[in-house]
Design a protein around this ligand. Structure first.
Ligand code: NDP
Ligand code: 8X3
Length: 249
């Protein structure tokens, strides 16, 4: 039985990944700050299949304490799903809060790179897989995307760079780049405003956490010689618009 480590398993895409992987016969180590949500997954999925690790991804000491004391059955990670992340605010850069920018960089970039660095030796030993949650925001700038888009561009390029460095190791690396997925993402982005989230997704028929989880599971389950480098997906009702033009005078 293989083991996946899913960061951000308390909500949205990560929570759906935990269910999908366990449903497909994997063991899952799930992380997140909200311990009670991880415990609910233990109750739902079984303690022999889901192991909770409650810590803040920015706290390397807490992370190490959790991951270095994993039960034997969960200790050998075959697939790292680098999913935990967030956007804070959607204001233009000139009105943005610097603390929000730093939180996004620390969570989406620093913590993700650090965990990857920590798990790489074991992933190489087991010829494992790394699936990163980037975003369409990595490739398509939009007003208010600024640092969030920058962090997701890092994730995409880091994944591609790892592909290059890991040549010959058998480790597979994928950057998944979704558009609108209705999770707690927009509630978090808007400081807990559920109505702002409901309004954004109203009538869109957005992607679901389950849609992305099935995609992650598919990637992780492909034959060992197949690598999906990048995968961009959107709801049918989301698509591209043109450039904006500012007029002088
Ligand atoms: P959610 O807000 O529903 O889930 C985010 C998860 O990340 C939660 O489990 C949360 O856990 C965890 N997380 C955030 N900060 C921390 C932290 N400091 N320490 C530990 N865990 C943390 O959003 P999504 O499921 O939508 O987002 C998952 C990923 O997908 C993100 O990287 C996001 O950028 C990306 N993405 C999302 C899209 C969307 O439209 N929803 C589109 C494209 C990409 P907890 O709060 O319990 O700590
Ligand atoms: C989340 C999707 O379009 O809000 O990464 O940036 S978007």
């Amino acid at each position: 039985m293989k083991t996946a480590l899913v960061t951000g398993a308390t909500s949205g895409i990560g929570e759906a990944c935990a269910r999908a992987f366990v449903g497909a016969g994997w063991r899952v180590v799930g992380t997140g700050r909200r311990a009670e949500r991880l415990q609910a997954l233990v109750d739902e999925l079984g303690e022999d299949r889901f192991h909770p690790c409650a810590y803040d991804v920015r706290d390397e000491a807490a992370r190490d304490a959790a991951l270095e004391t994993l039960p034997d059955a969960f200790a050998k990670i075959d697939c790292l799903v680098n999913n935990a992340g967030l956007a804070l605010g959607a204001a233009p850069a000139q009105q943005a809060d610097l603390a929000d920018w730093k939180t996004m960089i620390d969570t989406n970039v620093v913590a993700l790179a650090s965990l990857t660095h920590k798990l790489l030796p074991g992933l190489i030993e087991r010829k494992g897989a790394i699936v990163m949650l980037s975003s369409v925001a990595a490739s398509y700038p939009y007003t208010g995307g600024n640092v969030y888009g920058g962090t997701k561009a890092f994730v995409r390029q880091f994944a591609l760079g790892l592909r290059s460095d890991l040549s010959g190791t058998g480790v597979r690396v994928t950057s998944i780049e979704p558009g609108m997925v209705e999770t707690e993402f927009t509630v978090v982005r808007n400081g807990g405003d559920q109505a702002a989230s409901d309004n954004l997704y109203a009538g869109v028929n957005p992607l679901t956490g389950g849609d992305i989880a099935e995609t992650v599971l598919w990637i992780a389950s492909l034959p060992a010689h197949v690598n999906i480098n990048t995968l961009e997906l959107m709801p049918v009702n989301q698509s591209f618009a043109g450039f904006q033009v500012a007029r002088e005078g």
